[in-house]
Write a protein that binds this ligand. Structure first.
Ligand code: MLT
Length: 375
């Protein structure tokens, strides 16, 4: 029998729908400011690490097969040291094949009876994966210019937060996050904090991890990603942090259950990807992040409409002043061959907005700016 939850999803996932609409145009004519896919090549230190790891796989004296389902020790330690400055135990870090897969897989930790609160607008995988796993009590937390894209907590068993936010670009302050941590601790909710864009935060006073907030290890899981920071969108590498301190309402360890799920359903991230991940953390420079943020800044200055984001996040959230986001998407695609992302695809509060990605190729950004398409 078919999973009945599938009937509650849109036929096409947002970025599939966009790709389908763009398919009728010659690819080489399109300017792609749509999906947040990286365009800079990998740094040479990462490429060398892949090459070395590939050679080892072909060497009978160095070959290795399966690794730990939770990630190799050196990578877990490098994440703890570089990303969390030693504030997170490497044993609480679980390496994976990417954040999107973790967002879907971690649903298995929770009963389908759980209610879920989601920022509206937000990355569509949160709601899709929740529904596919049978969770149909979904509550939206509207994020609009009126509340500075910072929602009030809504009572739910699971609360998804993404900061810097995809798509609005809003970064939650220490105070805003502390409010969610206090709320979760009072209501016995679990926060799922998506930090995929944390490396893009330019303002050093803003928090890059939920674990900068006191008491958060008792209430929060964090997802992290190599995709956007290091150009691993195709390589696939991410991680989850599930602190030992985090328990279900009955006192059972969430981390222990995750160990059961990960070892049952997952055989670990590719050993090549993990070798590249260690090099990325220990040897790569932040040049790619700087490049994408410069593009965000240029693009933002060129748009004659109210634009949010783009200062601590690689996305621009453009206020279309009352126009429908799919209508503007279609117009830009048909008239100017520019691919964007319609705000409503991220949730009802995204209607009337358009998201532009600063991960686009430089020539695509330049041509799109020259066209003044959004005038
Ligand atoms: C996006 O463009 O919103 C996403 O980053 C794409 C993804 O990571 O799945």
């Amino acid at each position: 029998m078919r999973n009945p939850s599938l009937t509650t999803l849109e036929e096409n996932y947002l970025f599939e729908e966009i790709a389908a609409r763009a398919r009728s145009y010659p690819k080489e004519e399109l300017l792609n400011l749509g999906i947040g896919d990286t365009t800079l090549p990998l740094q040479s230190s990462i490429v060398h690490a892949f090459e070395k790891a590939a050679h080892e796989l072909g060497d009978p004296t160095a070959y290795s097969g399966y690794e730990s389902s939770f990630g190799r020790t050196g990578l877990r330690e490098a994440i703890a040291k570089t990303i969390y400055k030693g504030t997170v135990d490497p044993d609480d870090i679980f390496v994976s094949d990417g954040s999107k897969c973790d967002i879907a897989r971690l649903q298995q930790l929770f009963s389908s009876d759980c209610s879920v609160a989601i920022q509206d607008p937000s990355y569509p995988a949160y709601i899709g994966a929740s529904k596919i796993s049978g969770k149909d009590k979904i509550h939206f937390m509207p994020c609009t210019p009126e509340n500075n894209f910072s929602p009030a907590p809504v009572d739910a068993d699971l609360i998804y937060l993404c900061s810097p936010n995809n798509p609005t670009g809003h970064v939650m302050s220490h105070e805003e996050l502390a409010r969610f941590v206090a709320f979760a601790s009072q209501k016995q909710s679990i926060l799922i904090f998506d930090s995929a864009y944390s490396a893009f935060i330019q303002d050093p006073t803003l928090p890059r991890s939920i674990y900068e907030i006191e008491g958060s290890k008792q209430v929060a899981i964090e997802t992290g990603s190599f995709s956007k920071t290091f150009g691993f969108t195709g390589v696939r590498l991410g991680w989850l942090v599930i602190p030992k301190e985090l328990t279900f309402a009955d006192g059972h360890s969430v981390r222990k259950d995750w160990i059961t799920i990960a070892s049952t359903c997952f055989n670990g991230a590719s050993n090549l990807a993990q070798a590249g991940g260690v090099a990325a953390l220990l040897e790569a420079t932040p040049a790619a992040v700087r490049h994408y943020m410069q593009q965000a800044s240029l693009l933002k200055k060129s748009i004659p409409l109210p634009v949010y984001g783009g200062e601590n996040a690689p996305y621009l959230w453009v206020d279309l002043q009352g126009r429908s986001s799919w209508a503007v998407f279609d117009e830009l695609l048909q008239r100017d061959k520019i691919i964007t992302t319609p705000g409503v695809g991220f949730g009802p509060s995204g209607e009337g907005f358009l998201r532009l990605s600063a991960f686009a190729k430089p020539e695509h950004i330049r041509k799109a700016m020259e066209m003044n398409a959004l005038y």
